[in-house]
Design a protein around this ligand. Sequence first.
Ligand code: FAD
Length: 368
Amino acid sequence: MRVVVIGAGILGSSVAYHLAMNGIEVEIIDEVHQGKATLAGAGIVSPWATKVTDPEWYKLYGAGARYYAELVEGLTRRGETDLGYGRVGALVVAEDRNELNAAEQRIQSRIVDAPEAGDVRRVSAKEAKQLFPPLRDDLDGIYIPGGARVDGRLLAAAMTRAAVAMGATLRHDHVSLDLQDGRVRCIDSNGSLIEADEVVVTAGAWASQILRPLGLEHPVRPQRGQIVHLRLAGVETRSWPVLLPMTSHYMLAFDDSRVVIGATREDNTGFDYRVTASGQAEVLNAGLAIAPGLATGTIIETRIGFRPAGDSFKPILGRVAGLDGLIIGNGLGASGLSIGPYAGRLLSQICMGEKPEIDTAPYAPASA
Ligand code: FAD
């Protein structure tokens, strides 16, 4: 069987990795558009505190976080160790004590069957500040030891490299799709046919564009995220937990004295790849209100990514009924770095004709 995977973000690279591991011939094709979400994503992997209640979405969110241990172990065995992955813990804080109590209840109910979250405990404002030093000094918190962060750029590149090491091929090109006798065909930018038994569309926020010529009205649009990276020169940040203030903003730290403050969630911007004054102000004001100790940090970059946002939180995963040879993986929205690796494994199982290890019927794309 020959499979073409269109898009090598977190999802496509995972599909390719899992297919290659099973001996399937895979060609990965990636245009690397400006605003590729995986290159901009913050990298928080800590599902347990979320306020979102959609059960089908949460099922994948939780499973995605759980899968990380196995994924990292498998990649490490293949020599891929540079993933920016750290199980640094997550620190949930809130100004309002009632809100923190509600968060604690939510977390406790969710970790009943999630031992990977670790021994969750309440921490005083003093301890919270010890864990994340730039934090305000009046915020109690909840510490979740199993919270993690990952560098999506490094992880996707590692999965792609591992797939190539197992025989997959990678090319950078813009491809399009058409139909012949009810079967989907993939065409490269020179107009040549790319042979494939199965085409897997993991094209992020661009998926609707590529699916339109097939007559599919795909409900995924770009949601712009602007995310600010600071450097705290000389400060050891690598073990700082992910900071979750229970708003749409958050902070996390990486190894190179880097602290990331995220992020805007802007609908209706199309693919407008710009750092805007209001975006930058929104993110910095939100970050500094919670962690004033970041005020002297150096702004080293602002990344822009287009989240693939669907009509609901639920990802879209599976075969398109009514068309031969087309599988879609899309709509990962704001949680794709958590869900993507596991969803890629599920898609590889669908592609190989196996029963996916969890029922993917609730995530099925609309039929043709
Ligand atoms: P993408 O990474 O966008 O990849 C799609 C690829 O398809 C691109 O490379 C594109 O060039 C290619 N492509 C498209 N069309 C074609 C074509 N016709 N031919 C060839 N190639 C094509 N998630 C979390 O879990 N935790 C977080 O903390 C988090 N933070 C985020 C912060 C920001 C600011 C943003 C923007 C996102 C964040 N996310 C987070 C979400 C996550 O980054 C995305 O859901 C995920 O990266 C989407 O991956 P993807 O593979 O579907 O798409």
